[in-house]
Design a protein around this ligand. Sequence first.
Ligand SMILES: Cc1cc2nc3c(=O)[nH]c(=O)nc-3n(C[C@H](O)[C@H](O)[C@H](O)COP(=O)(O)O)c2cc1C
Length: 215
Amino acid sequence: MKIEFGKEFPQYFKPAYPEEFELFSHFEVISGIPTVLFAITTWKENGKPNVCFHSWSCFHGDKTAFFAVMGNLYQHTHTYANIQRDRCFAINFLSINYYDQLIHTIHQNDFETDEFAAGKFMLSDAKTIHAPVIEEAFINMECTLKDAQDLSGAGLTSMVIGQVQHVSVEEKYAYGDSERYGNNGFMMLVPAPQNLVTGAPGRSAISTVNIQKYD
Ligand SMILES: Cc1cc2nc3c(=O)[nH]c(=O)nc-3n(C[C@H](O)[C@H](O)[C@H](O)COP(=O)(O)O)c2cc1C
């Protein structure tokens, strides 16, 4: 038996925090699809470096180009404004060991704040674009803005697509799958899977990737 859901908000769903369903669609917690966590780094207009902890994205391409498709970037963020202005951004993949430092940059988010200093991250310059990158990341990805589209049309979020121009990989992670998955590898967001029967709220969780078999 399947439990069915449409576009109408299920009134018995209780939010995990008051504004949860002002921010997220009920489909997000119905499906609870994990996506990789990373930091977007850009320059603010005043020259201070910006860090934005982010997820809700996918990465793919064909033989001619590779894209970072950030499906759901809030338009009110510094990051959105910085990308619109500079037309580029960097993506930094960090292990779960950096979770607390990344959360710190969310709470230290003033225009005047150096968010690398706030998160205690080491900064270096991207090689092909005008953006700072996080040295501690095991992969840095440099992107130019390809397109941005407000998918819902509500003026809240935007799907921001970056075309990847350059990737830097920490040497320790260069040997196949040995470091990239597990505790030192990609960190994933599990977005608060709701109890679909009682409507009780779920808890957002952070996970790593555990390889089970080979294709
Ligand atoms: C796991 C996770 C948790 C987040 N928690 C919050 C939060 O509690 N409050 C918030 O405003 N944004 C949260 N965000 C979204 C952005 O990280 C946050 O808005 C960011 O600080 C925007 O940065 P900017 O304005 O410097 O671009 C979260 C993102 C992730 C991936």
